[in-house]
Each structure stands twice: as C-alpha cells, then as structure tokens.
Write a protein that binds this ligand. Structure first.
Ligand code: FAD
Length: 424
C-alpha cells in the first residue's frame, strides 16, 4: 500500500501481504517470520509479550526511511500504521501527545489548525514520529537542537507487555530514550514540546563555494536556519530535485557552487515570489525527493565544519569525480540525549550520497575516514561504518545506555544483528 505525503513523496507503508519487507530507498530488506499492524496499545503489548514468550525478536518500522538496517528483523515486524493521531493537546504548556505511528505531516496538519508549530523540522515530513525522532533526525539551525530534544514523554512497551512511562520525573530515562532507535522498547505514544504557530520566510540563492565559506559564521548566527547544498557539477542539483536558482545566482559559475537557504520567523502574510516565500512553518521546511540516493551523514564539531567541508570537496573533485550528488551542510546545537549525535556538541552535519546501482563504497569509506578525524558522529539512520568499539569511544554515555538496555530487555528481543553490534 502506498500514500503520498503533503510534499509529493511516495511512501511505502508496507502492507502486511508479504513476508518480505524493504526500506523506502530499497537498500535494506528482511524476511519476517511474523508481521502485524496493531490497532491499539493493548494489542501492541499483547503481540510483543507473545513474541517475547516464544523467543522471537521484535522490531517496529516507522516509514522505512532509514538507510541503515535499524528496522529489520527476521522475527516479529510491526507497523504502527493503524496507531496514528493526536491524543491530547496542552495549550498552556504548548505540548502534544500523539500515537507513535503518526507521521510528521499528519501531526503538523493538526498543529496548524490548533495554532501551534513544531520547533524545527528536517527536509522531509513523511517519517513516523517515533521513527524520525529516535534516530536523531535534525533540521538546521545553529541554536536549534535535534528534534528529539522536544520529547518530554513517551510510553515504552517492555518485553513482558507492560508499559514503562517516561517523562520529566524520570530524567535519566528521558535522556536515554530520546535517541534510542527502539532498543529500549516499542514506543506507543510520545509527548512533544511545541511553540506557538509561526510563519517562516525562506530565501534561496546561489554562491561560489569560497563566498559561502566566508559567510558561513555570519549567516549561521544571523538566521534561525541556514544550510546549503554544495553542487560540484551542473547535473548535481537534479540528483536532489533542487530548483534552478540561476535567476538569484550571485556567481557566474554553474559548477562548484552552493545552493544557499536561510529561513527566519516572519510576521508577514503568506506569499510566494520567485525564490522567496512566507508560509506556515511546516509548509516551508520539507523539500521533495525521489528515492535515488544512498546517504551518509555525519555530525562534525562545529569548529571543524569548514575544514571538514573543504576536505570532502577536495576528495570529491580530485579522487572521486564520478561522485556527483550534492553535499548537504547544516547546523545543529548540542543537546543532552545520551545517544544523540549532537550530545554536548554544537555541530554541523555533512551529508554525501552514493548512486544506487553503482559501487560507491570506496567513496563513502573515504568520506568516513576524513570526517572521523574531525571527531564526527554518524546519523543512526544514514549509512555509516561504526563498530561497537567506536560507539564506546565517541559516546561518553554509551555504556550507561547499554546497561539500561540490558536491564529493560535482558534477552535482547529488541535487537537485530546491526543493533547488537552497536548496543549489546
Ligand atoms: C529522503 C529522506 C530525507 C531525509 N531527511 C532527513 C533530514 O532532513 N534530517 C535528518 O536528520 N534525517 C533525515 N532523513 C533520515 C530519516 O529522518 C531517519 O532515517 C528516520 O529515522 C526515518 O524515520 P522512519 O519513520 O522512516 O523510521 P524507520 O526508518 O522506519 O525506523 C527508524 C528506527 O526507529 C525505530 N522505530 C520506528 N517506530 C518505532 C516505534 N513506534 N517504537 C520503537 N521504535 C520505532 C525503528 O525500529 C528503527 O530503529 C531522511 C531520510 C530520507 C529517506
């Protein structure tokens, strides 16, 4: 079964007809022994307790938009496509509680009508709330943390089918579970901190690479959101469906250029003209992609951002001229979630993609080597080469997280091979 997000992206929501499951982009798949789409929290709990009793592993898929094997299992595979919707809105505190299978675009339609907005969003809005937030999904903004920083509560289904309630009265559990990839339990609902509804003014234009580097700090400080796509070649922008900004170009070049974007809160009425627009926040954040790339994205300490970007650019131009996909460059503030790639570290994110069907592994490994030297931490939902030892080295709270995971799930029913390697 498929449906289309508010921004035209086709999403496979994995009807239960087939034992075989694949993620959206098609680079990860599994054959499931059992599959189900519970319609209530009680049913979810019963399914999990029964599977655990039989010694089966359990994974919950969100919208399947991760490039890594995080949602795979050969055991019981669950989709929460029938557990959607807003359960409660607290207007005083500006908080929403929603079922974990609700997608971001489904949530924000309700928020818009209620005079509320998410604090920040990423490039797409078709992910399920639990799927997006617990992999450390982020947008851009030097003072804006990872989206999971907005989680103030959630319900975690334990292997025996009981519910563990996490909220501000359990601060360690909250910080551990915000970015936990479902290994601390299946999430049935989440409560998120919001803010009053706001409009964003977006402006996009093109700059020379070095001009973009010169403006890097100033734009990051001056604007709520700043990001760019570095496009090595003219055809690069087509790989990510980026618009042709030649009309707002500040350079005569069409290769080795940056497609710049800034967004700020605006009191102006909605309008759209050329490469500038004002609209409700969630109508501005997402862009449209088609499933034609395999992405790696690492968070680099902000002070090394420009050097890391220059090194990746040099690598691509000099050693991998066939790597034509743009590099996306964004900003995220540090936060306190134990397994957040931005844990106590203001960062930039550098993302590259390989082309499906091509052997891009040498290229991705070369990017990995460069970014590791700058102390980078990979996005859990995008391609990476981390081992368990690497996780221990780059995440100061990794062993506490693993100890908590073992306490909650001693049999490891919520692990698969990939997650065992990282978190057992
Ligand atoms: C086109 C595209 C654009 C993207 N843009 C961005 C971006 O701008 N910023 C960014 O940071 N990332 C981005 N991503 C990455 C994406 O946000 C993450 O991979 C996210 O995890 C995908 O959400 P999902 O709902 O598809 O989750 P899935 O990939 O299905 O699952 C992710 C993880 O969450 C777990 N999970 C899902 N639901 C539950 C639940 N109810 N209980 C327990 N565990 C659960 C899964 O088991 C898995 O471990 C993008 C990906 C794509 C394909």
């Amino acid at each position: 079964m498929t449906h289309t997000s508010s921004h035209g992206m086709t999403v496979n929501d994995f009807g239960l007809d087939h034992a075989h499951w694949r993620n959206w982009v098609g680079n990860q798949s599994c054959v499931r022994a059992a599959r189900a789409a519970p319609t209530s929290e009680d049913e979810l709990c019963a399914l999990i307790a029964e599977a655990a009793g039989k010694g089966m592993n359990v994974r919950v898929a969100g919208s399947g938009h991760s490039f890594t094997p995080v949602a795979l299992t050969s055991g019981l595979h669950l989709t929460l496509a029938n557990m959607k919707g807003v359960k409660h809105i607290d207007h005083d505190k500006r908080r929403v509680t929603a079922a974990a299978g609700t997608t971001i675009n489904e949530l924000v339609k309700v928020l818009k009508a209620e005079g509320l907005s998410m604090i920040n969003q990423g490039d797409i809005d078709s992910q399920a709330l639990a799927g997006a937030l617990t992999t450390g999904t982020h947008g851009t903004g030097a003072r804006l943390p990872v989206l999971a920083d907005a989680i103030v509560g959630m319900k975690l289904v334990q292997p025996d089918g009981s519910i563990l309630t996490v909220d501000e009265s359990t601060p360690d559990l909250l910080l551990a579970s915000r970015v936990s990839l479902g290994v601390l339990g299946a999430i049935s609902e989440m409560t998120l901190q919001l803010r009053d509804s706001y409009n964003l003014r977006e402006r996009i234009w093109r700059e020379d690479f070095e001009a973009a580097m010169d403006m890097h700090d100033e734009l990051a400080e001056k604007h709520r959101h700043f990001s760019f796509f570095w496009c090595p070649y003219e055809e690069s922008r087509h790989c990510y469906c980026l618009p042709d900004t030649s009309a707002t170009s500040k350079t005569g070049r069409t290769t080795d250029v940056c497609e710049m974007k800034v967004m700020d809160i605006s009191d102006d009425q909605p309008f759209e003209a050329g490469f500038e627009k004002v609209a409700y926040s969630s109508d501005v954040y997402p862009i449209e992609y088609i499933a034609n790339f395999h992405e790696l994205e690492y968070a680099v300490p902000r002070q090394h951002g420009k050097d890391a970007m220059r090194a990746v650019r040099r690598l691509m131009l000099e050693s991998f001229p066939e790597a034509i996909y743009p590099v996306e460059y964004r900003f995220t503030a540090g936060d306190k979630a134990w397994m957040s790639p931005f844990y106590q570290q203001d960062s930039v994110t550098v993302s590259v993609s390989g082309e499906p069907g091509k052997d891009y592994w040498d290229y991705l490994r070369a990017v990995d080597r460069i970014l590791r030297d700058y102390g980078a931490r990979p996005h859990w939902g995008k391609m990476h080469f981390l081992t368990g030892e690497d996780v221990t080295e780059i995440y100061p709270r990794a062993n506490e997280f693993r100890a908590l995971r073992r306490k909650l799930d001693p049999q490891g029913i919520y692990l698969n091979d990939h997650l065992s390697q990282l978190f057992r």
